[in-house]
Design a protein. Structure first.
Length: 207
């Protein structure tokens, strides 16, 4: 670089060179070596899947719920209004020893009604899982819960779509299995505060 230095009134031009600056070294972050995942134990995996797919005591219990039924259905569309009453029939069969599939037919407010229920016992979750579809909607109701052998009651909680809002609403369903083979089911809507409102009950008597 050129610098003008005043000395006794005289100007002297000198050329000075700066020492080259060392470029700042940027250290790259250390890359941790990823540990290779251990390959799955094929034998253990096969056993897990076999256990998952093998019917057990809960599936034997489900088989006892199979049969043909005549049902009286009572529904409350508005808690302040009288309920509607309808007749229905259903037939429940075990599929592959793992699932209880029932087909249901009847009428609802003068219109033909059809629905299909599937109950599973998930060996891995140790939970009952239920799905329901019918011709009165386009969604799937999914419930999950436990069976109480002391009261012989299956209690399931889950959700279905509320067509008024397009959002899920919480549902609770209880089914008591009686000694004579009949089944008494109750369904409740659960609001955001946890309040339960009964919306349906069904007494199904085995043929």
């Amino acid at each position: 670089m050129l610098a003008l230095i005043a000395c006794g009134g005289e100007k002297k031009e000198e050329t000075t060179e700066e020492a080259p600056k060392e470029e700042a070294k940027t250290e790259e972050p250390a890359v941790e070596e990823e540990e290779e995942a251990a390959p799955p134990d094929s034998a253990a995996m096969m056993k897990a899947w076999m256990d998952y797919a093998t019917p057990g005591e809960m599936h034997k219990l489900m088989a006892s719920w199979a049969g043909k039924f005549d049902a009286d259905v009572t529904m409350w569309m508005d808690p302040a209004a009288p309920p509607t009453k309808n007749k229905a029939t259903s037939e429940a069969k075990m599929w592959n020893g793992l699932y209880l599939v029932s087909t249901n037919k009847g009428s609802m407010n003068g219109m033909p009604f059809e629905g299909v229920s599937t109950i599973a016992y998930d060996n891995s979750k140790k939970k009952f899982v239920n799905t329901w579809i019918d011709n009165m909607g386009s969604g799937i109701m999914i419930l999950e819960g436990d069976y109480d052998p002391a009261t012989k009651t299956l209690t399931l909680v889950g959700s279905q779509t509320d067509p008024m809002t397009g959002k899920d609403c919480e549902i609770k369903e209880t089914t008591k299995f009686n000694e004579d083979g009949s089944q008494y089911m109750e369904m409740y809507m659960i609001d955001k505060k946890g309040k339960e409102t009964k919306t349906m009950e069904m007494m199904a008597r085995k043929k």
